[in-house]
Design a protein around this ligand. Sequence first.
Ligand code: ADP
Length: 272
Amino acid sequence: MNTPVPMPGVHALIAVASGKGGVGKSTVAANLAAAFAARGRRVGLLDADIYGPSIPRMMGIGGTPMAADGDRIQPLVSHGIACMSIGFVVGEADPVVWRGPLVARTLEQLLAEVDWGPLDVLVIDLPPGTGDAQLTLAQRAPLSGAVIVSTPQDIALAAARKGLHMFEKVDVPVLGLIENMSYFICPHCGARTDIFAHGGAKREAERLGVPFLGEIPLDVRIRETSDAGTPIVIAEPESPQAQAFLSIADGLWAGIAPEQDGKAGPGERVQL
Ligand code: ADP
């Protein structure tokens, strides 16, 4: 069964993907969710990274989501964002050793059996790479599209390219590439260092003919705020780092909103 699970209360679903782990995919997913919420949208965040769920820590939330008898599971709410994570069920440090069919079934439950709506946008943090879990999500979630997070260097970009081809194969539009850890500004002297080189994702986006959505610096406050459970877009909304996420979220919204209902434009709130 490869038909998408119907999610009538959710206006747009955006998957955040990466070709490999550790490039900041979850950090970007959490901050994009926060950026949509800062623009007044109703936002959900689904942590589908079954092998390394980090959304509970990044959103500063834990506990067991409950369902009243026969009802759908209620997401946990943090910073005004409806959150659901496999980490609420298995714990962040527990290894998940599941076979493919169980992974697929669990992901389907996270879509269909959670009381998500009404939402303007559901951001989905995918596991890294291009395995079963990503395919299940790409086929079973009614995705508006996917964004791919990469660091600037070649090895990460090669992995991102694979991710892009996977989405193309299953007809999920690629909304664009984001370059994370794009450059580093020394907090002491202000000098800039391109630790993982710079601009690789932009060049790759041009080469592949997909939008380049923007770049996020490598920055200690981005790491600290994530670790402390309040993404930088919420903790320090005026900072240049938060503004980088906000401007990417605005660009993304401009890309999906008109296509979704034919009338909402950038900056307009969608009425469900
Ligand atoms: P992934 O989801 O790709 O595995 P994470 O989002 O979990 O990656 O990020 C891995 C680590 O790098 C985390 O400790 C996170 O706080 C940190 N990190 C991610 N992006 C940045 C950034 N732009 N600046 C500083 N640290 C970052």
